[in-house]
Design a protein. Structure first.
Length: 146
């Protein structure tokens, strides 16, 4: 029988009642499952991970640059004058402390991609002090518009 790390007094009421019932029915062992804690990247909340295209862009384009000091996925949300919010896919900080906002799209031109382009262009106009990069994955590689 393994030694339990939990104290009876520290258990929630519903678990204490289960333990009491188990002890009254003379069950030989009571198992309490420990909560599962899954590791995740520092600074990235659960569910906020880049998709395959965005991850590939970082590996093939951003990580190969020598001037990059820091990279954050969806690390900044901008509130625009029209009340909308825009969150670029990647925030890149360069060695000269320039902040670049990178938006990454797949090769298919969907309606959602058109809406994203409108928000991107609006943010580019309202926040001209950032560097803006629009990248589209094509069958032959990346088309990057700066």
């Amino acid at each position: 029988m393994s030694r339990c790390r939990y104290r009876y007094e520290d258990l929630p009421e519903h678990l204490r009642s289960q333990v009491d019932c188990a002890l009254r029915s003379q069950k030989p062992e009571v198992r309490i499952q420990e909560p599962k804690i899954e590791p995740h990247d520092a600074g990235v909340a659960r569910g906020q991970r880049p998709n395959k295209t965005e991850a590939r862009y970082r590996a093939e384009i951003i990580d190969r640059r020598d001037d990059v000091v820091a990279v954050h996925y969806e690390g900044l949300t901008l509130r625009m004058a029209n009340g909308h919010r825009y969150t670029p896919d990647w925030i890149v900080v360069t060695s000269v402390r320039r902040i670049e906002c990178h938006e990454v799209k797949g090769r298919y031109a969907l309606q959602s991609q058109q809406r994203a382009r409108l928000a991107f262009d609006q943010a580019r106009v309202e926040f001209p002090w950032f560097g803006w990069v629009w990248a589209v994955k094509t069958p032959t590689g990346w088309v990057v518009d700066q």
